[in-house]
Design a protein around this ligand. Structure first.
Ligand SMILES: [Mn+2]
Length: 186
């Protein structure tokens, strides 16, 4: 485990609307330090608004406007679900963020995916904020979530990547979101 440059925090959701305020809160304590964001999800969540509101599909549009959280250090792992709006993808392209789809990760392997994530999230930053949306995992394993998606990561793949990243990166915060037990039907 790396030494952390700032106190590390654990947040749990609830929906992903906590992503922006939690990164903003962490950044207030970073001074001049910078944070890279590693985001596990089937969805990019980079559109400015959704249904005319800032909500759980929009955290990274706003978080990467924070001075300490450059967009070039946003890495998104497991993207490729049905709910990936064109507006969000457009923002990713404009801001030159980094995306690996489930297919990318499957083809390159989880070790190479972890290297990619660390290389880009740590490029010029001091620490890493990890956002783990449980819908990055295949819907067959996580029915208790708001937007279950087929074709996601296997639990062992997601947990292995998460573990390898935590071992090697100075983590300033970790959030686990989109957990909704009432939606479990099994
Ligand atoms: Mn999601």
């Amino acid at each position: 485990m790396c030494l952390v440059p700032v106190p590390s925090r654990l947040f749990s959701g609830g929906d992903h609307s906590i992503g922006y305020p939690t990164v903003r809160g962490v950044c207030r304590h970073l001074g001049d330090k910078k944070v890279g964001i590693i985001h596990f999800d089937r969805h990019v969540d980079t559109q400015e608004t959704d249904l005319d509101e800032r909500m759980h599909t929009c955290p990274w549009f706003h978080a990467t406007n924070i001075r300490n959280a450059p967009a070039k250090n946003l890495v998104q792992l497991g993207i490729g679900g049905w709910q990936v709006p064109r507006q969000g993808v457009k923002v990713c392209r404009e801001r030159a963020t980094n995306i690996l789809t489930v297919t990318d990760i499957t083809e390159m392997g989880i070790n190479a995916a972890v290297e990619f994530a660390l290389e880009h999230a740590m490029d010029g930053t001091d620490c890493v904020y990890i956002s783990f949306d449980i819908d990055c995992i295949d819907a067959g394993f996580v029915p208790g979530t708001g937007w279950p998606e087929p074709g996601g990561l296997l639990p062992r793949e997601a947990l292995a990547m998460l573990g390898k990243i935590i071992q090697r990166a100075p983590v300033c915060g970790l959030e686990i979101v989109e957990v909704s037990p009432p939606l479990r039907h099994q």
